[in-house]
Design a protein around this ligand. Structure first.
Ligand SMILES: NC(=O)c1ccc[n+]([C@@H]2O[C@H](COP(=O)([O-])OP(=O)(O)OC[C@H]3O[C@@H](n4cnc5c(N)ncnc54)[C@H](O)[C@@H]3O)[C@@H](O)[C@H]2O)c1
Length: 460
């Protein structure tokens, strides 16, 4: 258990820890929210087990030396939790040293027993909710969190804005097999025991409330939502539901169940039609030119208000055109690559006179995880950062690189600028570099080569 707890011989004989120890959860709570120095989790498979357990002795040793201990009893039930008994707080009081121990007698099957100490928190045992788990950035972020040993809950409504098969395949790449999804859309990863997925809509207020009531969530990465600039002209309500109502549900729950850090997706589109480059976080962003951008700016304002009012540490990330393996099929990098591979014409907007700050997915994920692990503090713990490669690339150069990598010729169909689109986006990432030592590693040539290799293997 990462040295988090020390089993000590129980006076009555036998091990102090019964049941299987597993990496667990300890919330790092700021002073005002602090409930305990040590949290003991007893996790049961079924509520029936808990019924037996509460009549059995639970002993916390050794005696008081000033450390506050909270004992939590949690019940996992396939398909949901028993609301009456899922979370039973019992403040045991003050106990000794961080080597505090728990003994539970005679329970069958034995519960998971878990003792955590504060210092272990940031290392690897936080429970992170990732929304948009089947999405491009969400699924890649989950893979990185898995490598770091976090406990992860992923949610996604698996909508059909683009091919849901791609979303299911991304889930499969994180060990969530569609065949094991229950009728409620719940499954455990078969490659990583710390990851569970749930099909859930961010706009489903009751569902999101229940999720937060049930789970002790330490951090949230909100990557779920309605993406795409052009589609916001077609289906504006989808943006309000997912990006505004859905985000409010996340914020409300971060208020009801304080989290260490909420990291959420914003977008370079908040900069609107600004022509002065590069975009800096201090630039004015109050003239969005699409409803999509307006919802992203709203997210920043909503998060700021909640941070200010309730002290929720929150960081918004303004992503700049992300591409790479498992990329979104509605975005230019995919559309270009796909058209070249299929020998079909590419629609090149603004007659090719466009620049984008194409950012490789691994660099984005590296940035998201770095940010997650360092929550802002202070009076209003809210920050917004640009996250991009910080090197504008001409659209035509991007297409030529695809031609080189694939060995195929692009057929280009020149078109006018689309309503709501902007000519150039290019990030100043100085703040992210300074605060998180963030330095993108993958240039456009290498990025397109990797994207092309993935494309060939996925669409073969
Ligand atoms: N990819 C980029 O270049 C880029 C650029 C700027 C901003 N962003 C933002 O980053 C976030 C992630 O982007 P992405 O590229 O991974 O997009 P994506 O569409 O691949 O992922 C979003 C996921 O959220 C899910 N989703 C949508 N509405 C939902 C809802 N109401 N409830 C639950 N799940 C829902 C979708 O099914 C999808 O799987 C989005 O908010 C997007 O707007 C992305």
């Amino acid at each position: 258990m990462d040295g988090a707890s020390n089993p000590v011989a129980y006076p009555g004989g036998g091990d102090m820890f019964c049941g299987k120890q597993r990496p667990g959860i300890y919330r790092q709570l700021s002073t005002e929210r602090r409930r305990a120095d040590v949290v003991a989790d007893l996790r049961f498979g079924r509520s029936g087990d808990l019924h037996d357990a509460i009549h059995l002795p639970v002993v916390l040793l050794p005696p008081d030396r000033g450390i506050a201990v909270t004992l939590r009893i949690l019940v996992d039930q396939p398909g949901g939790f028993d609301d009456d008994s899922n979370l039973w707080y019992h403040s045991i009081g003050s106990y000794s040293d961080l080597g505090a121990i728990v003994w539970v007698g005679g329970i069958s099957p034995q519960p998971y027993v878990n003792l955590q100490r504060k210092e272990t928190l940031n290392r690897r045992v936080m429970k992170i909710l990732v929304t948009g788990a089947a999405g491009f950035i969400g699924s890649a972020t989950i893979k990185a969190l898995m490598k770091k040993g976090y406990e992860i809950i992923g949610i996604d409504n698996l909508n059909d804005y683009y091919d849901p098969e791609l979303k299911l395949a991304r889930l499969a790449s994180t060990g969530i097999d569609r065949a094991t999804l229950t009728a409620e859309g719940v499954a455990e990863s078969d490659t990583y025991s710390g990851y569970r997925f749930m099909r859930l809509d961010l706009a489903d207020r009751e569902g999101i409330d229940k999720l937060f009531d049930r789970e002790e969530i330490d951090g949230v990465i909100n990557l779920g939502g309605q993406a795409g600039v052009r589609y916001s002209l077609v289906n504006p309500y989808a943006y309000i539901e997912s990006n505004v109502v859905g985000f409010l549900n996340i914020l409300e729950n971060c208020r009801r169940h304080p989290v260490n850090h909420l990291v959420y997706a914003s977008s370079s589109s908040v900069y609107g039609m600004r022509s002065d480059m590069p975009y800096r976080e201090s630039d004015k962003t109050d003239t969005p030119v699409s409803l999509y951008a307006a919802t992203k700016k709203s997210n920043e304002l909503m998060a700021y208000a909640y941070s200010h009012l309730y002290g929720i540490p929150a960081t918004g990330l303004r992503f700049f055109t992300v591409y790479g393996p498992w990329g979104r099929p509605d975005m230019a990098p995919y559309l270009f690559l796909h058209a070249v591979m299929e020998g079909k014409p590419i629609r090149v907007f603004n007659h090719g006179d466009m620049q984008r700050d194409f950012t490789y997915i691994d660099d984005i994920v590296e940035g998201v995880v770095r940010v997650l692990e360092h929550a802002p503090d202070g009076e209003d713990p809210h920050r917004v950062y640009n996250i991009g490669h910080s090197e504008p690339v001409e659209l035509m150069d991007f297409i030529r690189t695809i031609e080189q990598v694939s060995g195929k010729k692009a057929i280009m169909q020149m078109e006018d600028m689309q309503a709501g689109d902007v000519v150039c986006t290019y990030a100043d990432t100085t703040h992210l570099e300074e605060d998180f030592d963030f330095h993108p590693q993958i240039g456009v040539e290498e990025g397109i080569r990797r994207y092309y290799e993935w494309y060939k293997s996925y669409y073969k």
